[in-house]
Design a protein around this ligand. Structure first.
Ligand code: SF4
Ligand code: SF4
Length: 348
């Protein structure tokens, strides 16, 4: 018999869920959801599981990741039980379940812990910079090394074990046996979903939203590639310099649009932003604009006398790499892509 967690509603409310206990099980939300079908019926089922505290069933489900938060269900709910927000909260909760360190859950639940983590990272960068007597060349060299080490370490120490835990809850624990060949032949789906998020197009409101996300994903990956692998800040290549400017402009332009949409709350998905949602988009904006400014100051020959600018960029970058990527909303990008992959494997 499935274990029941009677405190689940209370626990989930710390991840953003509203009063989903108001649900009277009418099924409107599932009927209007354009991504729900006979095989994958949601969000009503997830609401029932949450109300009943069926924690293990939710842990083993991919349905929270199959929702792309268009908000239609919330708009049509006669009880204001906020089914769309519940699905978003379940994604945050699942993120904390997959994370072996427990830090995701802590940061989602506590703004104080988040501020403390971001401050600690900033102080660490400043302490290093003063230790090097604010020597710009040395700090920039270390900053570039940090980017490469942080990517490798965060992926191998945090994200990879978390993906294995996700696989355990979804595939291994329920006793599914999937041939290795299937894992390999389904890999294309993983990357297609990762880079295109094409399932968003199934939502009724989705064309513009999908395009904005697509541009952002390619802008972000472009900036990562240009700064880390092409060493944009030190490069003399006109192609690399131009590419860096283009992708950083893309990032801060698209994120300005995202911030504007969150402030205007035109879409249901933007109407109940949590601190983690704000941090994701604001830090992406800061990364794009600070990287742009660093390279511009360098090209104008005034970066040497403005060490503070590179330090500001490095602090933003370190906070992004050490807090937001491994424990914050960035992980949704990864888990959602793997959810589509695991879904394909399960259905095979
Ligand atoms: S969440 Fe709202 S729309 Fe969905 S089943 Fe419950 S009451 Fe009905
Ligand atoms: S937010 Fe949209 S995709 Fe998600 S469950 Fe509701 S209607 Fe479906």
């Amino acid at each position: 018999m499935a274990a029941v967690n009677t405190a689940f509603s209370r626990e989930l409310s710390k991840f953003g869920a509203f009063d989903f206990n108001a649900c009277y099980n009418c099924g409107n939300c599932t009927a209007v959801c354009s991504l729900s079908n006979e095989t994958d019926s949601f969000p009503r089922e997830m609401i029932r599981f949450s109300v009943l505290g069926l924690e293990d069933d939710i842990k083993g489900s991919l349905k929270p990741w199959l929702c792309y938060y268009c908000g239609e269900c919330t708009t049509h709910c006669p009880q204001q039980a906020e089914p769309g927000e519940l699905m978003m909260s379940l994604r945050r909760w699942l993120t904390s379940v997959y994370d072996w360190t427990g830090l995701s859950g802590l940061l989602y639940r506590s703004l104080t812990a988040t501020v403390a983590a971001m401050t600690a990272v900033a102080l660490g960068v400043l302490a290093y910079a003063f230790h090097e007597d604010l020597h710009l060349e040395k700090i920039m060299h270390t900053g570039h090394l940090f980017e490469m080490v942080a990517i490798a370490a965060v992926f191998s120490v945090i994200l990879l074990p978390n993906l294995v835990r996700m696989w355990y809850f979804i595939i291994l624990k329920p006793g599914l046996r999937i041939p290795v060949k299937k894992y390999i032949t389904s890999l294309a789906d993983l990357f297609i979903h990762m880079f295109t998020q094409k399932r968003t197009l199934g939502c009724d409101d989705s064309q513009v939203r999908w395009f904005e996300h697509l541009v952002l994903v390619f802008g972000y990956l472009g900036l990562l590639f240009t700064t880390v692998f092409l060493d944009w800040f030190s490069s003399d290549s006109a192609f690399v310099i131009t590419l860096g400017y283009v992708v950083s402009i893309i990032i801060f332009t698209v994120t300005i649009i995202f911030v504007g949409e969150r402030i205007a709350r035109k879409r249901e998905m933007n109407s109940k932003s949590q601190p983690s949602d704000w941090m994701f988009v604001v830090w992406l904006f800061l990364m794009g604009i600070s990287a742009f400014a660093v390279r511009l100051f360098s090209d104008l020959g005034i970066l040497e006398s403005n060490t503070w600018l590179y330090l500001t960029h490095l602090i933003i970058l370190a906070q992004w790499a050490l807090v937001i990527v491994p424990f914050g909303k960035w992980t949704h990008f990864l888990y959602r892509s793997f959810a589509m992959y695991f879904d394909k494997l399960k259905k095979s």
